[in-house]
Design a protein around this ligand. Sequence first.
Ligand SMILES: Nc1ncnc2c1ncn2[C@@H]1O[C@H](COP(=O)(O)OP(=O)(O)OP(=O)(O)O)[C@@H](O)[C@H]1O
Ligand SMILES: [Mg+2]
Length: 365
Amino acid sequence: MPVATGSSNSNTSNTLPFPPLTEQHILNCAFSSWYNTFRRVTLKSKIIKPLPEEFIEYLHADGVFLPDQKNHIEFSDDEEEYTGIGTDLISEDDEQQLPSFPDLEQQIWQAIEEFDGAVFPKLNWSSPRDAAWMSATNTLKCNNPSDIFLLLKSSDFVAHDLDHAFEDCNYEEESLRRQRPDVFELVLRKWYDVAPSMEFRCFVRNEELVAISQRDVNYYPFLVDVQEDLETKIIQFFNTNIQNKFFNRDYVFDAYVTRNRERVWLIDFNPFGPMTDSLLFTWEEILTATGSPIFRIITSQSQAHQSRSQPFVTNRFPREIFDFSQGQTVVEFAERFQRELMIEENSDNDENQDNNYSASAGNGA
Ligand SMILES: Nc1ncnc2c1ncn2[C@@H]1O[C@H](COP(=O)(O)OP(=O)(O)OP(=O)(O)O)[C@@H](O)[C@H]1O
Ligand SMILES: [Mg+2]
C-alpha cells in the first residue's frame, strides 16, 4: 500500500471529496482479512502470522543483510561460482549479532515446496514491487527464504506497511492514531506467470463498479480488439463474486483475466483513497462517475508514453545499479553490491588519505 506516485492527480487529491477512511477500512484490505472469504476466486496463498517481532526489527534494521541461517553455505572464493547463502553481506563484528529465524524459514520452505518451487511475497498490504529490479528476472519470483528476506528488506513499500499503514486514516482524535497493526503477516502466494496486459484495476464506489483501468499502462494492441469482452467478463466477475461480499463499501480491487479470457481471478483489494494509484483515471473522474462502469485501456503508443507512470526502477535507482543487477539472483546481487560499496568506500578512504598526505606534504610536514 505505497503512496501512489504515478497518477496525475496526486497534487489535487487532498482537496477531493473522498469518503472518510478509517483504520478498519485499511485493516479490511490486509490480505489475511479477506483471503478466506475470496479463497475460491484468488491465487493460492499461505499466510504466516504473526511474524515474530524480532523479524520486524530485522526488517527495520539498517543495511541489507541476511539473517543467520541454519544451513548456511559460504560463497566460494571464485566469484563466478555461487554456492549458496553466505554471510559476506555483514562484517565480522556484526556477525555475532545476526538474528536467526529458523521456524520462519522452515515455514517458508514448506510453502515453496507446496507451491512447486516458487512464491510471490508480500506483507499485510504490500509487495516489495519497488525492489524487483534486484532480481535476475526483474520479478518477485522467490525460490528460497533469502530472496524473500532481501526483497522485503530492500523495499520502501514494505517499509510503508511497517510504519505508516494508517497514515491516511481519519481519527476522531489524533491521539488515537496507530503507527502499526498489532501483528504483521507474511503472505506467500503461489507463483503464476501473470500476463501484465491482462491485469485490471477496478474502482468500486458505494458498492457500484464505476471504473476499470488497464493496470500495466503500456500499449498492447490486441487489447483494443477484445476490450468489450474483457469489460463484460470483469463486470460479471464483480457482480457474482465481489459485490456486497467485501467489508468496505468503497474499495479498489485488482483483477486478472486469463489469456484465453475464460476466467477472472482476484489479485488484491486496496483502499479507496489517494494512496492507491488511479492509473488511467484521475480520482476526480472516479469520484464523480455514475452509471455503468467506464472501461479504459491504452489505445496507442503515444498515449502510453503520456500516461505511463514511471516504473519504480527508473525513478528510484540510478540506471547503473539496474544494469548491474541483471542476470543474478537477489542474494548474488546484494552480495556483489555490498562488495562494490566496500571497494568504493575503501578507495574513497585511500583517496582522502592521499589528499591528506599531499596536503600535509605541501605544508612541508
Ligand atoms: N502469485 C503471483 N505470481 C506472480 N505474479 C504476481 C502474483 N501476485 C501478484 N503478482 C504480480 O505482482 C503485482 C503486484 O501484486 P499485488 O497487487 O498483490 O501487490 P501490491 O503491493 O498490493 O501492489 P499495489 O501497490 O499496486 O496495490 C500484480 O499486479 C501481479 O502482476
Ligand atoms: Mg495492492
